[in-house]
Ligand binder design. Structure first.
Ligand code: CO8
Length: 256
């Protein structure tokens, strides 16, 4: 596929996808979802990729779904547009390696929902985040009502959803919406450092951590523990695990 909105760079096992439609604050339209879907398919089958960073070009990470495109939709089209976005964001969440949102500026509405589908969020001090849908007479349509409350808890989620406030990176850190805050010029370097650190661990272990943690949160505690025990046991049949433990005992770095 020819990409017009997304830019891809792959360096040392880390893929960086930059959303680039700065004239519209990188707002999410049908073309974006089609490109992102194709990009995710490409990256998930690329054996060299061990982590994905998603960021935005210009003043915004993403300032929401494209309001111009949505403005004359009927209810059927609205539901379909919501489903398209939900499916693509589910795909981001299910990528077979860790994903990091590097939030360079405005992450509003669908833009914040995109970051919620990623595993980790790093924000620049210039970032402003919020769910302003109620200002437009809308609600989030890309699982924001579901993922936000699971991430930050019901009180802070409903506060953001009701007030439509744009919060700073510091405030986002306080409510644990983001995991780190950096100066703007250090944002991508910080995201890359985290991605590289992850890419040097046992890659099957990283993949399984993601599957067990992400599936477990939707299970009851006992089912989650049972899944953990099953996956934990299965690792003992892998070369990666044998090498990891042997390397520790032999006081050397694992070779994987
Ligand atoms: N959609 C379309 N265009 C946008 C969007 C957007 N979400 N955000 C900004 N733009 C455009 C502006 O229209 C403007 O275009 P032009 O230059 O042609 O007039 C350009 O980007 C620059 O924007 P501003 O001049 O407004 O720049 P400012 O720096 O003054 O303000 C803001 C930046 C604060 C980001 C402001 O643009 C803003 O408030 N944007 C809208 C934010 C918003 O409400 N986002 C939520 C959208 S709704 C949503 O995301 C729901 C998701 C679920 C959908 C479910 C499917 C049905």
């Amino acid at each position: 596929m020819e990409y017009k909105i997304l830019k891809l760079a792959i360096e040392k096992n880390v893929a960086t996808v930059t959303i680039s439609r700065p004239k519209a604050m990188n707002a999410l339209n049908t073309a974006f979802f089609s490109e992102m879907d194709s990009m995710l398919n490409e990256l998930s089958s690329n054996k060299n990729v061990r982590a994905l960073i998603i960021t935005g070009e210009g003043k915004a990470f993403v300032a929401g779904a494209d309001i111009a495109e949505m403005s004359d939709m009927n209810s059927e089209q609205g539901t379909e547009f919501s489903k398209i976005g939900q499916n693509v964001f589910d795909k981001i969440e299910a990528m077979p390696f860790p994903t990091i949102a590097a939030i360079n500026g405005f992450a509003l509405g669908g833009g914040l929902e995109l970051t919620l589908a990623c595993d980790i969020r790093i924000a620049s001090t210039k970032a402003l985040m919020g769910q302003p849908e109620v200002n437009l007479g809308l609600i989030p349509g890309y699982a924001g009502t579901q993922r936000l409350a699971r991430l930050v808890g019901m009180g802070d989620a409903l506060y953001l959803l009701y007030t439509a406030d744009m919060i700073s990176a510091e405030e986002a850190l306080r409510i644990k919406l983001v995991q780190k805050v950096t100066e703007p010029e250090a944002l991508l370097e910080t995201a890359n450092k985290i991605a590289k650190k992850i890419s040097q661990k046992g890659q099957n272990a990283i993949k399984q951590v993601k599957i067990v943690t992400r599936s477990g949160i939707n299970m009851n505690f006992n089912d989650g523990q049972n899944l953990e025990a099953k996956v934990f046991g299965s690792l003992f049949d892998t070369q990666e695990t044998k090498e990891g433990m042997n390397a520790f005992l032999e006081k050397r770095r694992p070779k994987w």
